[in-house]
Design a protein around this ligand. Structure first.
Ligand code: HSE
Length: 291
């Protein structure tokens, strides 16, 4: 038996749509695998009632097939589905790392990223590396079709998950078809600023680089209270605030000393809109680990 913990992730970080991602120190999924003649799946934990256990419909079923590694797979969900915190990516990443070990396939962590992404595509409809890359490798990752770059950054973060559901499929439908050159110029500047901030572990640069005027404003319409929560986080000292992944979670970058007060300000702001929310005081963390 092999047990692997893979973390929640936040992919996009505003300016890095479908490219940037970070591993979050918490929450996480834990996946246990045992060799079997055919793949079976048991799911427990956060939102497990919404996750199909049929291997044909589950993110880890595709991973087992891609690795030719049939197994009994137990998934203990710490990352709620449809949260914007890379829920399916966490399961897919943990399964890829665990099955690679169980069957001694000898693939490197980077080679496991596209395999886990295929698994994620089962639920999101599209294969993106931006969540699975940090879930497997940890840190801040830049995932492009030509490869993955990783930076070990030390940045404090708050993620606030409201009790509303936004599916990745719906959130992708509102993404505009194109962007004006002026917006593109701004986005390139912000993405470069964010990347420099990650290299320096500088929350000011990371926060400034999270601004995005192309995808985020369209998606903000799907999140009741987004503008108020964003403002509350800034008022409490956040250096940057944006939608986490496809939403509905909202993510703030900050100094560690401000993290607690930002967390309660975000929860209170959702509460004032009549929306319950749970909050994680977290930081950029490591990728999948054996337990
Ligand atoms: N970057 C994706 C999105 C998240 O924002 O739609 C899933 O990979």
């Amino acid at each position: 038996m092999v047990t692997v913990r893979a973390p929640a992730t936040s992919a996009n970080l505003g300016s890095g749509f479908d490219v940037f991602g970070v591993a979050l120190d918490r929450p996480a999924d834990v996946v246990r695998v045992r060799q079997a003649s055919e793949t079976t799946i048991d799911v427990t934990g956060a939102g497990s009632q919404f996750i199909p256990e049929d291997p044909a419909d589950n993110t880890v079923g595709a991973v087992a097939e891609a690795l030719d590694a049939p197994a009994h797979i137990e998934i203990d969900k710490g990352v709620r589905p449809a949260s914007g915190l890379g829920s399916s990516a966490a399961s897919a990443a943990a399964a890829a790392v665990a099955l690679n070990e169980l069957y001694d396939r000898g693939l490197t962590r980077k080679e496991l990223v596209p395999i886990a992404a295929e698994g994620e595509a089962v639920v999101s409809g599209d294969a993106h590396d931006d969540n699975v890359a940090p879930a497997i490798l940890g840190g801040f990752t830049i995932a492009t079709p030509d490869g993955i770059a990783k930076v070990d950054a030390d940045i404090s973060l708050v993620t606030c998950l409201p009790d509303i559901v936004v599916s990745t499929r719906d959130a992708r439908e509102v993404v505009p078809d194109g962007a004006r050159v002026a917006d593109m110029v701004e986005t390139v500047g912000n993405a470069a600023t964010l990347t420099t901030g990650m290299h320096r572990s500088d929350p000011e640069l990371v926060g400034r680089g999270m601004e995005d005027s192309v995808v985020t404003p369209a998606r903000a319409e799907l999140i009741d209270g987004y503008a108020e929560v964003r403002q509350a986080a800034f008022d409490a000292g956040a250096t940057g605030v944006t939608i986490s992944g496809a939403g509905p979670s909202v993510i703030a970058a900050c100094y560690e000393t401000d993290r607690r007060v930002i967390a309660s300000a975000m929860v209170d702001a959702f509460d004032e809109r009549g929306v319950e929310a749970r909050v994680y005081q977290t930081e950029i963390g490591e990728g999948a680990t054996f337990h």
